[in-house]
Ligand binder design. Sequence first.
Ligand code: GLT
Ligand code: MN
Ligand code: MN
Length: 424
Amino acid sequence: MEKELSAGDQRALVDRLMASCGGSYTPEVRRRYFISGPQWAAAYQGQALFHAPVRRAIEPDEVIRNLSEIGIAWWATHDIDIISAADLLTDRQNLILDGISESLKRYGVRCSMVTGETFFSPVWAAGPAAEQPEVRAYARRRLENVVEIGHRLGASFIVYWPGTLGYQLQGVIDETLMLQRYAELLNAACEKDIQVAQTAGRSTMRHCLEAKPFEPQAEILLPTTDAMLNFIASGLLEHPEMVGVNPEYLHELMWGGAPRAALARALLRGKLWHFDINDGYRLKHDVDIGVGLVNPLDWLNVLMLLRAHGYNGPFNLDYKPPRTTSEYGVFRVSFPSAVDRFITLWEIAGEALADPVICEATRALEAGAGASGASDGDTVFEANKELWTLHELIGHRLVQILLGQHRGRTFVDLAPEHQEMRRD
Ligand code: GLT
Ligand code: MN
Ligand code: MN
């Protein structure tokens, strides 16, 4: 039996086994990627529905210092992650923001994105676009304030996860009215942005809408990235050119969609500006697991698509360290391993795109059999049928690449003791 370990020994064990895992990148290498660490992910106390907190809330200065040490060059935050509800929209807010700017400067981290909370506080019980004019006026002040915070911290992106834009009881609200009212809030934020940017001599920000199909309302008015794209093109927005999307990988899986296809649709509209990266399971709730821990093959495919289309926006680590991970583990294991899995998958995606087998197979599929003169389906099918076997061959090759077999990684020869189990 293994001997019991004291808390200090447990940490030493975690550090030793993390080092044994190998394959981690230096902070310098990690900083080359546009990866952002959200304040709320690092400070998450494990208090999801039905759960008591398991960790301490971590202050922004400590998060920023740790991100810097790990080599995560960018930081993102909600307004209320850094400013308490009581201090929001008061003079205290400016002092707090000065402190954050100092931390960012001291640790060499930059703020990439800010987002407004419109889901947690009691005032959003009926959502940010509720019937009452005073709720909407408050929502408008909050969103305009996020714009100001963003400019002050030097952010280029604003994310909107409307959260409570929906209802519990059907038939109580008029959906079209609520959407119009939500559009008015976004219009106000864009107007404010134009104004502040002009005064500050900065560019306007990129306003990115994030969808989630369920939670925290029973019914959600804009549940998918497609719904968001449709909303942007609805004619309700005064500055649709300032508004794009921030898909979250898991949120597309949650409704049963293919994240890669959802991203492709956003790319086609020129609206894929920001991307929340994480992992999880289809048709389940928002577990926000670290990127690549559940669906590494799908992640490889997603990153191939983004690389092939020159996506150059942020990759935001919107995940939640599991409740079983300690406060020590958050910065020793959770964040560095998430970053390293992402970088590894990104680089593997580059290899897959350049892989000679995949390239030759793709070229052959694109060329076809040369039977374009044929006028009946059977002739076209007969001419191409051997070619289509390449689909499965490419699928096989992608798994090989994911497993490192394209670099000569083999198993049978390396593990003779396992050969006894073979039947031949
Ligand atoms: C919340 C949500 C995330 C969003 C955050 C931005 S808040 O944690 O579940 O997916 O990206 O508001
Ligand atoms: Mn998200
Ligand atoms: Mn999520």
